[in-house]
Design a protein around this ligand. Sequence first.
Ligand code: ASP
Length: 285
Amino acid sequence: MRVIVVHGGAGAADAEREARRRAGCLEAARRGWAILRQGGDAVEAVVEAVAALEDDPEFNAGLGAVLTRDGQVQLDAAVMRGWDRAAGAVAWVTRTRNPVRLARLLLDRETVLMVGPPADALAGEAGLPRVDPAALITPRQRERLATFLASRRVEEGGTVGAVARDSSGGLAAATSTGGRLGQRSGRVGDTPVIGAGTYADQRGAASATGTGEAFIRAVAAFRAVSALDHASPDDAATAALATVTEVGGRGGLIVVNARGEFGVAFTTAQMVHAWIREGEEGTGA
Ligand code: ASP
């Protein structure tokens, strides 16, 4: 069974923002579903869905990503293809409009993880749309950083991800983020760490959001997919999050298994998400 599930980050949002995020997630899921429906594979579906969310300033990825303590945008993304376990990831990208497309490029190369200016340069060589880093900064994120620096209040939410199963049974996961609001420049979370924030193999695919350090230490996405050997996707996601809690973190996971069943779990107040499968679509938070 074909299916795509998309998340818009673990955290909390007021009713208005939640409605916009639900609509954004559903729109992104529809972009991915259109590819699956035309017989496209799961990788292309998750990349298109995540690229749509990177272009939507409502989410903490691509345009409108959170800012580092020194007011910069620093983007991370990863893609994993389940059937051959090819993986691509980028960190500290600042000039590439859609980091997930750059991560996708690495799937077919020897290198799995690239960082910083050389990663942006590769995007340029490959003809991917580039941007001035300042063009990714929105007034809202400038305000949020000022509030954060004044109050030290930690806000969450907005990282994006997608998992999908295509009609041939192929599975894939993709995740993209601007990291944590007010993070120190150079800090990298779980998103581009294969097995932590993003993972897929023949058993399933998972994309995470939340306290990146805890997801790395819990090897959360790999843990969730491994739990599919004996558990439903919901239970697998919940079990992986229990390990995240054990190491002091919180957040959420979306998981799909080889049969196209999916699970959603989170330990934050919300994790806006959307899904589409044959004859059915929906959102949740
Ligand atoms: N997991 C992301 C990171 O730690 C942030 C998030 O999902 O809110 O970079």
